[in-house]
Design a binder for this molecule. Structure first.
Ligand code: PMP
Length: 413
């Protein structure tokens, strides 16, 4: 099915504005995606008509908001093909989901000398939580290296993997490089030595089909704000057996069965991990975001984004041909999503970003919360273009025109 880009763009009010006197070109989708009108409307509707605290209460608004809230859980279950909706826990986002696993599963099951494997291309949120739990338990953090093109060195992974490995925590798709990691192979190999696998799905979730049962991952973390939904909502998927074996993350209302001063007992999953009043409105609006994606279809979205990436790369190639290869691409893996990092020789990434911003083009600059990855490439940071369902080749043309001028000016210095 061909994508109807105009009708998609018309659903995003934010895109139809000028920034610094120029039509906005939003190329910062890996940081957060924009929200369609139906998501914005869902928030307004909830607070206008449905607002009530969920679960337990005997009145109509509470039962309505509970139903809508739990409907999103079912939508998530379908979206990732979990065996049961109870395996989907609402969190604040990927960062909280990973911390939850590190602090509960990690503190319970890791001991002195055990090993946790991560990769060089992890986001800080899949590094620091493991460092914290390793410090607390005496477990050891080990890192799978990557090649110059930004792919995992699988032979090194094989060599690092052993009976001591208890957890492989790996980004499915790199936010800085766009690399799609061979997670199915990683999972099978990790399981063969008895290790669990957590996938950071922050970037994968909006671009790739997700089937947690087919993948057989133990944990998957995703975030609403990368999926055209509100900020402050994410999901931790975990296999039932693992979630049941883990202690609660936070104590409070909702996560208990019975509270006594001597000892409390805990609720069943998912509620055991959902202490306190959750982010009800945003969870409900997240359901609308999933409906938006399902309405277009992941394969249609992926095909469009892959065309955009191809178009961008050809365009950068042309700019480079006439400008002495002034643009160096960072992240050239064979399997990639529509994210491209680069540096312009002789120019600071931040300056490139500011100059593009003056033309209404929003890109991200800096280390992208992947400092160890930047160190691997000997860089302080990059400029990152990340493309999404509502971006167009016409927008890429404008970007190429301005980056071409910039590069020419820099070359002439
Ligand atoms: N991991 C990756 C790969 C990401 O891109 C991000 C968001 N930039 C995160 C983790 C953190 O996600 P969240 O914003 O949901 O906490």
């Amino acid at each position: 099915m061909a994508i109807d880009i105009e009708s998609i763009r018309n659903q995003f009010p934010i895109l139809h504005q000028d920034v610094n006197g120029m039509p906005l070109i939003y190329f910062d989708n890996a940081a957060t995606t924009q929200k369609p009108q139906r998501v914005i409307d869902a928030l307004v509707k909830y607070y206008s008509l449905d607002n009530a605290n969920i679960h337990r209460a005997a009145h109509t608004l509470a039962s309505r908001s509970t139903t809508y809230f739990e409907n999103t859980r079912k939508a998530i279950q379908t979206f990732i093909n979990a065996a049961e909706s109870e395996e989907c826990i609402f969190t604040k986002g990927v960062t909280e989901s990973i911390n939850l696993v590190a602090q509960t599963w990690g503190r319970t099951f890791l001991k002195q000398g055990d090993e946790v494997l991560i990769t060089t291309m992890e986001h800080h949120s899949n590094i620091v939580p493991w460092q914290l739990v390793c410090e607390a338990t005496g477990a050891i953090l080990k890192v799978i290296p990557i090649t110059d093109s930004g792919e995992l060195v699988m032979s090194d992974f094989d060599a690092l993997l052993s009976e001591r490995t208890k957890m492989v925590a790996c980004v499915w798709v790199s936010n800085a490089l766009g690399t799609i990691n061979p997670v199915k192979e990683l999972i099978a190999k990790a399981h063969a030595v008895g290790a669990k696998v957590l996938l950071d799905g922050a970037q994968a979730c909006s671009h790739l089909e997700i089937d947690v049962q087919e993948l057989d991952c133990d944990f998957l973390t995703i975030s609403s704000h990368k999926l055209y939904g509100p900020t402050g909502v994410g999901v931790l998927y975990g296999k039932r057996q693992l979630l049941e074996a883990m202690p609660p993350y936070q104590g409070g209302g909702e996560m208990i069965k019975e509270v006594r001063f001597e000892k409390s007992t805990y609720n069943d999953i998912p509620y055991k991990f959902e202490a306190g009043t959750p982010n009800i409105a945003d969870v409900i609006a997240f359901g609308e975001a999933l409906a938006f994606i399902n309405g277009i279809g992941k394969t249609v979205i992926a095909a469009h984004e892959s065309n955009l990436l191809q178009y961008l790369l050809e365009g950068i190639g042309h700019v480079n041909e006439s400008n002495n290869n002034m643009i160096s691409l960072v992240g050239t893996a064979a399997a990639k999503i529509s994210v491209q990092s680069f540096v312009v020789k002789g120019m600071h990434s931040f300056d490139v970003g500011m100059m593009l911003d003056a033309k209404g083009i929003a890109v991200r600059t800096g280390h992208h919360c992947t400092q160890p990855l930047m160190n691997r490439f000997g860089l302080e940071g990059t400029v990152r273009v990340s493309l999404s369902v509502y971006n167009t080749t016409a927008e890429i043309d404008v970007f190429l025109e301005h980056i071409g001028k910039l590069v020419k000016r820099s070359a002439g210095k």
